[in-house]
Design a protein around this ligand. Sequence first.
Ligand SMILES: [Fe+2]
Ligand SMILES: [Fe+2]
Length: 291
Amino acid sequence: MINPIPTDALIQRADQLARHSTPYRDPTTRVQWERLNAHAFWLPETALSLHGIREFDDLPLADRQRLSHYEFAHFLEAGLWLEGIFLERLGRAAAHPGAPLATRMYHLHELREEAGHSLMFLEFFRRSGLPLHAIAARHDGALTLLGRHLPFDSTLFWGAILLGEEVPDRLNRYIRLHAEGVCPVAVELSVLHSTDEARHIAYGHEILQDRLDGMHAPKRFLVARALTMLLKRFVQTFYYPSQALYRHAALPSAPWAQRARENSVRRAFVARCLGSTITRLRGLGLPINWP
Ligand SMILES: [Fe+2]
Ligand SMILES: [Fe+2]
């Protein structure tokens, strides 16, 4: 059910964003795949979950690079999971006959772009040579359930969508700004992805702002509490791989997942990445309690 009816301002915004999305090119044809290099980092070294832990930083270059391959693939795999849920919801919303044409069309543009990202990630897996079972990410069951069943256009749904786009996007932007020494294909994926996400995030932000306008303080406080909880779960999913990933990356045996969670350098990195996201949410009058 589409409820409430979008305001004129949102309809106009959807129309404007749809026009920006119209000159579409399949991202799998835009990536220079031949530049994929297994002897380079696939994430900036500073973006690795174990960066800052001495035993890890002292490992040979090939070991650290291999972890970056698995962590980058894990990051894409988590993106595939989230985009899969969003594709389901967008598809249903676009088919809803009661919604304005402009928003239905923009949902289809988003769907096409998200499908393009997912295709680009799968093509990356195909060419990476990494075993698929090794990069299967842990999917958060509670987030999956909420993503599938929260009412479309509810405040919480769009808050969750915004977080689900912002949390990975901040890492994409970090990769783009720290691209030196990183495999050019990984950088291209991040740049192509964050270019589309800028529009998706702008739209999500405006819908959320619209839903929050006039909302009384106690309800706003509850929304902020729920979004803080969701934010922590998205951060766990995207920034903290499971122990299995370190095993597949063939690091020397150690409780690396736990050490990543306890790694103060990692926590500071994540807080820095997401700082602007938190500031923007607080700017909408949501008292987000994080980190
Ligand atoms: Fe995406
Ligand atoms: Fe998106």
